[in-house]
Design a binder for this molecule. Structure first.
Ligand code: ACO
Length: 321
């Protein structure tokens, strides 16, 4: 049975912080940040906002756009590295807030690749026949994991959330739409290239992001090129068949390299890193929702999602929308 994306939603904190705002208290400049990353601004959470509040807002929008009733949903999977609490999961917080009283809800952690991991988990749980309609969410408040004392990471990240509803449909209902495949990878030998220097069981605090930027950049571009080649072969797809690249939004230069590998012109790439910065697991569903709502992405189009993040983890999803 096809598993179809039927709704999208997203949420951003109230506070916008431009590169010039950061340059007032961090030794950096708009020019440095934009040239290296394409980032112009980011959103930082304010009092009362958290990963769960953003996830709930995004979830409600996705449910509304899918036109499903909450009673029909039976699964919530949230990808996050920045949950409100160690437990309960953000997913159960969402479940309670939307008034869903059945099914299962849990979080997954795969850093910036988390959203595609969560989509793959939901896809396979629905395929197993145990579940039928899922909310898949990426939600983060990375601003809590960065400090102005480290300008090399402070300028890169932002907060936000994005959500989709995926449902099993009959062939007739789906009309060709559906998840074609999700592919997940990791290589833990690179765990020390990008990590937080704290954690509940070590320092009893979240710590801050520590990153070997050049290594991450090198591996990300290499992994994304490999992923593109492997996906095209595995699913017997030609580059020309892809309508949209919706990549993880870490860095415009990494995205440009992937688009080039796909022979995709810039107008076929959803680019939101300038506006949102790197929102880790939230970046893909935030970008996807934006392009669906402004009418760029249309039903029936072939979408290539890809991500790379700490671990290292990387992942792709090929979806007929
Ligand atoms: N403002 C101004 N100068 C800075 C800043 C800053 N915010 N940060 C570093 N610099 C300085 C450095 O101190 C260095 O100065 P020096 O030459 O006097 O020592 C100089 O700029 C160059 O530093 P590099 O680290 O070599 O800069 P690089 O050109 O490699 O760009 C960057 C850094 C943007 C982090 C790049 O390596 C990159 O994009 N890496 C990928 C990392 C990434 O995207 N991570 C996101 C998380 S993982 C993911 O989501 C895929």
């Amino acid at each position: 049975m096809p598993i179809v994306i039927t709704g999208t939603g997203s949420a951003l904190p109230k506070k916008v912080v431009s590169n010039d705002d950061l340059a007032k208290f961090v030794e950096t400049s708009d020019e440095w940040i934009q040239t290296r990353t394409g980032i112009q601004q980011r959103y930082f959470k304010t009092e009362g906002e958290s990963t769960s509040t953003l996830a709930i807002e995004a979830a409600n929008r996705a449910i509304e756009s899918a036109g499903v009733s909450v009673d029909e949903l039976d699964l919530v999977v949230v990808a996050t590295a920045t949950p409100d609490h160690s437990f309960p999961s953000v997913a159960t917080q969402v479940q309670a807030a939307i008034g869903m009283q059945k099914g299962a809800a849990f979080d997954v952690a795969a850093a910036c690749s988390g959203f595609i991991y969560a989509l793959s988990v939901a896809e396979n749980m629905i395929k197993s026949g145990s579940f039928s309609k899922a909310l898949v969410i990426g939600a983060e408040t990375l601003s809590n994991l960065i400090t102005p004392e480290d300008r090399t990471t402070y300028v890169l990240f932002g907060d936000g959330a994005g959500a989709i509803v995926v449902e099993n449909k009959t062939e007739e209902e789906a009309q060709g739409s559906g998840v074609i495949g999700t592919d997940l990878f990791s290589d833990g030998r690179f765990k020390n290239e990008l990590y937080t220097d704290g954690g509940v069981s070590t320092t009893a605090s979240a710590g801050h992001v520590v990153m070997n930027g050049r290594e991450v950049f090198k591996h990300a571009t290499r992994a994304m090129s490999g992923l593109v080649n492997d996906t095209l072969v595995k699913y017997n797809i030609e580059k020309e068949d892809i309508d949209w690249l919706v990549p993880h939004q870490a860095n415009k230069r990494i995205i440009d390299a992937t688009a080039k590998h796909l022979n995709l012109s810039a107008d076929k790439v959803v680019l939101t890193v300038g506006e949102h910065a790197n929102t880790s697991a939230a970046s893909i569903p935030l970008a996807f929702d934006k392009a669906v709502r402004d009418g760029r992405i249309q039903k029936g189009q072939l979408i290539f999602f890809e991500a790379f993040g700490a671990g290292f983890t990387w992942a792709s999803a090929l979806v007929k929308f």
